[in-house]
Write a protein that binds this ligand. Sequence first.
Ligand code: VGL
Ligand code: ZN
Length: 210
Amino acid sequence: MSSQLNPGAQDLLLVIDVQNDFCAGGALAVPGGDEVVAKINQLAAAFAHVLLTQDWHPPGHSSFASQHPGHSPFDTMQLAYGAQTLWPDHCVQGSHGAELHPALAIAHAELILRKGYRAEVDSYSAFYENDRHTPTGLAGYLRERGLRRLFLVGLATDYCVHYSALDARREGFEVVLLLDACRGLDSNGSLAKALSAMRAAGVEIREDAA
Ligand code: VGL
Ligand code: ZN
């Protein structure tokens, strides 16, 4: 049971991008994305502190392949700040696809952090935009709240969860990844690469959260 985790006052469950567009029928569906919802609800019940993130792009966002003639989703291209993977249009502000999954039931979540809202720069991480420089403010928020250990769950393991985990380590937080409450896109071996990068950065990876 999730009570085995025994989270304390300095622990936070960080739920990454459990939104319609990343689940079955969504614009950028992660295989098995829906499967994390029940697990996350169960985990959340054991945590006093829960934070949700929401990928939140304006229409015409620069990470959308539709904005770059001649390019297709999952291509990589150079933007002003470096290499960027291109995606189908997804999580457009105010759209149904951008809403949190309707079965997510975490009424006691204390903050919903939106990211990726600047047209010219993507933000996989909950901490830094993809220029790797512009902060979202989350590190400061967590420090002021005295939250020190972050349990990460959600979508997608190899993108937003991965980047959030690495940045959290860089900011000095303890990080535990609960793998069975995550699902990945796994394009071109990205999942294995992400897992080894997270391990190397000192992220504790638990296969089975329950
Ligand atoms: C994500 C690709 C584009 C994610 C967000 O939540 O992992 N991936 N935008
Ligand atoms: Zn996105």
